[in-house]
Design a binder for this molecule. Structure first.
Ligand SMILES: Cc1cc2nc3c(=O)[nH]c(=O)nc-3n(C[C@H](O)[C@H](O)[C@H](O)COP(=O)(O)OP(=O)(O)OC[C@H]3O[C@@H](n4cnc5c(N)ncnc54)[C@H](O)[C@@H]3O)c2cc1C
Length: 359
C-alpha cells in the first residue's frame, strides 16, 4: 500500500535536487558557517556522502517544524518517523493556539509568540488547514490582571461574564486542522530537499550512526528512548460534530476544561486531561459528558450530528518541555519533547531553538 512517508531510504522528490519554496535552504551548507543574516551558507559535504547533517526522529508537529527550520538554515535534513502524520498524537490535537497547562515563563512565552506569529502568517498565506478564530476564554479564577500569555496573543480584551465565571477574555487565535497541515508540512519539506522516511528506532544511537546531530522529537516515546522518568501521558478524548455554522472558539477554564473549537467542516468538542492513563479507546460515558458540557456552553451545538471521536495521549513532562542539546557518545542529541497539551502552540518557537542548538 502506498504511504505518504516513504518506507525505503531513497525518497522521491527530494533527491532530484532542490526546488524553490519557503522551507528551502540555498544549498547544502557546511555546518556552523553563517552569513550575516544568520543563515548557514555555502556548499557542504553531507550530500556527497549521502549523509544527513541532522536526523530528526519524530514526524509529529514538533519534528516536522524543527526539520523545516533546520532545512531553512541550509542543513541536510532527514526525518525518521515510526508513524504516518495521521497516526500521531499531533493529528488528534484540537490544535487551538493556547498554552494549556504550561508556563508561565519567558521561554514558553517566546515560543508561544513565535508560533502565534508563524500561524498568523500561514493563515494570511492561505496555508492548508490554518484558520484564525475569535476566541472566548471563560475564566473562573477571579483574576483581574493580564494573563501571562496575553502578549503572545498580540492583545486580549476583557468582558464581564455571568456566574460561575468571573470574566471573559477574548482574543484571536490560530486553529490548525492537523489532518491538512501535517501532510502539507511534510510535502513542503520534501520539496525543499529534505528526506522523510518511515522508520522506527529502538535506540537513538541508530540515528547517531548516520548523522552527527539527532533531534529527539519522539513525543511520549522520548521517555523510554532517553531514559527520562518525568515523561507521562495525559489522555485526551474529543468528540467531533458537524459544523452547522459556528465560528467562535469557546473555552471554559473549569475542571475538567471544556472547549468548543469550530473548524472548517466540523467542531472539536473536549475535553479530558487524564494523567497516567494509557487507554486510547474512546469511552462512551466520557463522550456523553463532553457533549453535555459543550452543549451547555454553546447551545447552537444542539442537534449537530456526531461525525467522530478520538483519543490522544499528550506527551507531558513534569517540569515542562525539554529543549536542550546533550552530548552522547556518538554525537549530539537535541531533545525536543514533553510539550503536553501545547505542542501546536509552542512548535514554531521550539523549532527555532532546536535549529539554533543543532547547527
Ligand atoms: C485531545 C488533544 C487535544 C489537544 N489540543 C491541543 C491544542 O488545542 N493546542 C495545542 O497546542 N496542543 C494540543 N494538544 C497537544 C498536542 O497534540 C501535542 O503537544 C503535540 O502533538 C506533541 O507533538 P509531538 O510531535 O511532540 O508528538 P507526536 O505527535 O506524538 O509525534 C511523535 C513522533 O515521534 C515518532 N516516534 C515515536 N517513537 C518513535 C521511534 N521509536 N522511532 C521513530 N519515530 C518515533 C512518532 O511516530 C511521531 O511521528 C492536544 C492533544 C490532545 C491529545
Amino acid at each position: 500500500m502506498a504511504t505518504g512517508i516513504n518506507d525505503d531510504k531513497d525518497t522521491g522528490p527530494a533527491r532530484g535536487g532542490r526546488r524553490p519554496g519557503p522551507a528551502t535552504g540555498a544549498g547544502r551548507p557546511p555546518r556552523g558557517r553563517t552569513s550575516d543574516s544568520g543563515r548557514v551558507r555555502g556548499a557542504g559535504l553531507g550530500q556527497d556522502r549521502g549523509m544527513a547533517d541532522v536526523i530528526v526522529v519524530g514526524g509529529g508537529i514538533i519534528g516536522l517544524t524543527a526539520a523545516t527550520r533546520l532545512r531553512e538554515r541550509g542543513a541536510e535534513v532527514t526525518v525518521w518517523s515510526a508513524q504516518e502524520p495521521a497516526e500521531t498524537v499531533s493529528a488528534v490535537a484540537a490544535a487551538a493556539w493556547y498554552p494549556t497547562r504550561t508556563g508561565p515563563g519567558e521561554r514558553i512565552l517566546a515560543w508561544a509568540a513565535a508560533s502565534y506569529d508563524q500561524f498568523r502568517r500561514d493563515a494570511f498565506d492561505r496555508v492548508p488547514g490554518v484558520l484564525v478564530r475569535e476566541t472566548r476564554n471563560l475564566e473562573r479564577s477571579g483574576a483581574t490582571g493580564e494573563p501571562w500569555w496575553a502578549p503572545a496573543a498580540r492583545g486580549v480584551r476583557y468582558h464581564p461574564a455571568p456566574a460561575p465565571w468571573t470574566r471573559e477574555v477574548r482574543f484571536r487565535a490560530p486553529l490548525v486542522e492537523m489532518g491538512e497541515y501535517l501532510p502539507w508540512l511534510r510535502e513542503r519539506l520534501r520539496t525543499a530537499g529534505a528526506r522523510v522516511l518511515r522508520r522506527r528506532v529502538d535506540r537513538l544511537e541508530e540515528a547517531l550512526v548516520e548523522a552527527p546531530v539527532v533531534v529527539n522529537a519522539t513525543g511520549l516515546a522520548a521517555g523510554p528512548l532517553c531514559g527520562d522518568p518525568d515523561v507521562l501521558p495525559a489522555r485526551g478524548q474529543i468528540v467531533l460534530v458537524a459544523n452547522t455554522g459556528i465560528y467562535t472558539s469557546v473555552r471554559d477554564e473549569g475542571e475538567p476544561g471544556t472547549y468548543v473549537h469550530p473548524r472548517s467542516r466540523d467542531v472539536v468538542l473536549g475535553g479530558t486531561w487524564q494523567e497516567g492513563d494509557w487507554n486510547t479507546t474512546p469511552d462512551p460515558a466520557t463522550r456523553d459528558a463532553i457533549l453535555e458540557r459543550c452543549r451547555a456552553l454553546v447551545p447552537e451545538l444542539a442537534g449537530a450530528p456526531i461525525v467522530g471521536e478520538k483519543v490522544g495521549l499528550r506527551p507531558v513532562r513534569r517540569g515542562g518541555p525539554r529543549v536542550e542539546a546533550e552530548k552522547w557518545p556518538g554525537g549530539t542529541v537535541v531533545h525536543a519533547y514533553g510539550h503536553g497539551g501545547a505542542g501546536m502552540t509552542l512548535c514554531w518557537g521550539c523549532a527555532d531553538e532546536v535549529a539554533a542548538l543543532a547547527l
